[in-house]
Write a protein that binds this ligand. Structure first.
Ligand code: ADP
Length: 523
């Protein structure tokens, strides 16, 4: 079995230069990418080889088996995942590859990261097609499965939230624009796509979830032993709302509201979910900020109406999320128009939505019309995407659902690989989000740049940890993402450093790192 390793020559001693010198990134980045993809392809070969049926005892039999396996993987590598921009073999989706060359039979499983994958059917069909055209293949059997991405923040989260793959905030700056309508219909669309979904109605002042859905049990139950909340459920979607807490509407001050929201969100036993949709309280104040910090949001969807004035509010929302490094993946412009007498009317004018998309680089804009059925279904307790799944409105929600699934997959991929430790180079590797740029940092320099109260006096700004206090050859024990804005680095002395990406970008970088030399080792 072949294993590909990256070894740096022992003499390699990286030097440090100022961040403005970018030569390292420019020269060796392509090499890194090249080696990586080699390693990925090879590791897939390795893991699958144990599964093939035709373990030949002779070397010629072995090479036949290898060639047929290569044929299949080469054929499958023509299928590109549109979200990750790379082929399905490199993505690691191919599992349980079994080949019987004598009979011409191939079976395999494609394991996707979400059951709601919008291109699931396309993958299945293409995999069947590309393998079937291999000359010796007579029969292909492709099975589909989904292994949801592991929650990247697990371990730093309240247990109730630790098995949720992606958390999506649906937000607006004003009440009454249709935020809850969008949140609920989006959630049921995702569920319709095959995902496990929950809705958290965080609007304590005006919880609308109890009107919009019709669960059998309208009261949240407590698990008396664990002191946790058990969500109620409607058509397979888990639901938590202050409106199901038996309290009615609340008159509370801000800090109390934050407390109640946090308690409801974090003490709920959500279980394993692909998506938790949070119907945010309207606005961009402290309540919203606290909520964003408690729940590691994956992405946000902003709901607005087309009036020009709404643009200012939306901009506020986008800025709030961008401060927390939560990407806004879509803007929904609600109540855009209605059709009457064979004509289309735009009662609020034509859109500030496109302005938002342009100005803030948000990739997707969705228009929803004024539709009495949308309002009626909201009041009846059955979301429109459920009661009329073939309507125009349901189609728009389907597009929004696909957008959310694809964007969350992209964001998760980025976040989970953003900062890693390269033990061969003894360097912390940082990938800049939304860019191909990658750079290396010296671990001791990162540790010395800690800005927490343990390292810097909060009042005087005086440096408490001195240069010599940090060993030159210190290595991180663990690096884990924290929300979208920082990583937590655990050092051998047990110190847990929170390093925001912004800060990592300003730290002196390593250059003159010897080029990576892949060494093939046979075991
Ligand atoms: P928010 O959450 O922003 O306060 P809601 O989703 O509760 O707003 O919507 C407010 C009201 O407007 C609800 O009665 C809802 O049914 C109605 N509504 C929302 N969007 C539409 C639409 N596109 N067409 C018709 N009625 C709508």
């Amino acid at each position: 079995m072949k294993i590909l390793q990256f070894l740096a020559p022992n003499s390699a001693k990286p030097t440090i230069i100022n961040q403005k010198q970018q030569s390292y990134g420019a020269i060796s980045q392509t090499q890194i990418v090249l080696h990586r993809s080699n390693r990925q392809r090879l590791s897939i070969n390795c893991s699958n080889s144990g599964n093939t049926n035709h373990k030949a005892s002779t070397s010629s039999g072995e090479s036949v088996a290898k060639t047929s396996e290569k044929d299949v993987l080469k054929a499958l590598s023509q299928i590109i995942d549109p979200d990750f921009g790379t082929d399905i073999v490199s993505c690691g989706f191919v599992k349980d590859l079994r080949i019987d060359k004598a009979l011409g039979e191939v079976s395999l499983r494609l394991e996707l990261t979400t059951p709601a994958c919008p291109v699931k059917d396309m993958f299945e069909q293409k995999a069947n097609e590309v393998v079937a055209v291999i000359p010796w293949v007579k029969k292909v059997n492709v099975k589909m499965s989904a292994q949801p991405a592991k929650p990247i923040f697990a371990g730093q989260l309240p247990p109730g939230l630790s098995r949720i793959s992606s958390i999506v905030a649906v937000s607006s700056c004003k009440g009454g624009v249709g935020k809850s309508t969008v949140a609920v219909n989006l959630a049921y669309t995702l569920a319709g796509m095959g995902a496990r979904v929950g809705i958290f109605d965080a609007d304590v002042y005006g919880p609308s979830l109890p009107t919009m859905v019709n669960p059998e049990s309208r009261i949240l139950e407590m698990n008396p032993e664990k002191k946790t909340i058990i969500p109620t459920e409607y058509l397979g979607v888990k639901l938590v709302s202050f409106g199901f807490a038996g309290q009615g509407r609340a008159i509370m001050r801000g800090p109390m509201v934050s407390g109640v929201i946090n308690q409801l969100l974090t003490t709920t036993e959500w279980g394993e979910l692909d998506y938790l949709v949070i119907d945010m309280p309207p606005g961009t104040g402290d309540i919203q900020l606290t909520l964003c910090q408690v729940a590691p949001l994956t992405a946000a969807v902003i709901v607005t109406t087309p009036q020009k004035l709404a643009f200012i509010d939306v901009a506020k929302g986008v800025r709030m999320f961008s401060k927390l490094k939560v990407p806004c993946v879509a803007v929904v412009e609600n109540m855009c128009h209605f059709d009457a007498d064979g004509k289309r009317y735009y009662p609020f004018g034509k859109g500030s939505g496109s302005q938002v998309v342009q100005q803030f680089g948000i990739p997707h804009l969705f228009d929803l019309p004024i539709r009495p059925t949308l309002s009626a279904s909201g009041d009846s307790g059955t979301p429109e995407v459920v009661s009329d799944p073939l309507s125009d409105v349901a189609r728009t929600f389907q597009d929004l659902g696909v957008c959310v699934v694809q964007q969350c997959a992209k964001i998760r991929q980025q976040v989970s690989t953003a900062v890693t430790y390269d033990k061969y180079l003894k360097a912390i590797r940082v990938k800049v989000p939304n860019s191909d740029e990658e750079f290396l940092l010296h671990p001791a320099t990162v540790r010395r740049n800690d800005r927490s109260a343990q390292s810097v006096d909060e009042w005087t700004g005086e440096q408490k940890v001195q240069f010599g206090d940090v060993a030159e050859d210190i290595e991180p024990e663990e690096i884990r993402p924290m929300g979208n804005y920082a990583v937590s680095i655990t050092w051998p002395d047990g110190f847990s450093q929170i390093a925001p990406y912004d800060q990592l970008e300003t730290i002196e970088r390593l250059v003159d790192v010897p080029p990576l030399s892949p060494v093939e080792v046979y075991t």
